[in-house]
Design a protein around this ligand. Structure first.
Ligand code: PNS
Length: 165
């Protein structure tokens, strides 16, 4: 069984992430989308919400499942018999850091990193930018699944109301 992990923060999942997950699902027998649940970082959506959104978004893919992990990604891979990490590369600027992480991860356990070039229509897409644009009222409906767009609008409105209270 060829098993791979697509790790990330997914705060929130975007159509760019889903493009990589879908393509990984054609390359491997099983793909685990692993959500980093590191509590030290402040996120818009908590781990359970991010996992639930991914489960809904990945439902069409039979060989994709979603899980959370904390600690080292390589520990997760070792514990789950995973020997491939799939990462999307949007641009050359992603490469330096991703290469460093790939080499570090390979030094820690028996794992290869497979880089998948992001489809051109998503090359500018990042969760952080989606949140910033949505925060200022921009339309991100073409960049994330519909239910994520709704959740974003609701969460940002709730944050604004709390800040103004
Ligand atoms: O979506 P992101 O924020 O780019 O995802 C980063 C993530 C979660 C994939 C990365 O930070 C990670 O692998 N974290 C787990 C901790 C770890 O293994 N660190 C060593 C990396 S060499």
């Amino acid at each position: 069984m060829r098993r791979a992990v697509c790790p990330g923060s997914f705060d929130p999942v975007t159509n760019g992430h889903l493009d990589i997950v879908q393509r990984a699902s054609t390359l491997f027998d099983e793909v685990v989308v692993a959500v980093g649940v590191n509590k030290s970082k402040s996120r818009l959506f908590d781990p359970d919400e991010r996992i639930a959104m991914l489960e809904r978004a990945c439902a069409p893919y039979d060989n994709v499942r979603v899980d959370g992990f904390s600690g080292l990604l390589t520990t997760y891979c070792s514990e789950h018999g995973i020997h491939a990490i799939v990462k999307g590369l949007r641009a050359v600027s992603d490469f330096d850091y991703e290469l460093q992480m790939a080499q570090m991860n390979a030094s820690l356990t028996d794992v290869e990193t497979v880089f998948v070039p992001t489809s051109p229509e998503y090359s500018f897409l990042a969760s952080s930018l989606v949140k910033e644009v949505a925060m200022f009222g921009g339309d991100v409906s073409s960049l994330v699944p519909d239910f994520v767009n709704t959740a974003l609008i609701e969460r940002l409105a709730a944050r604004r109301a709390a800040d103004e209270a």
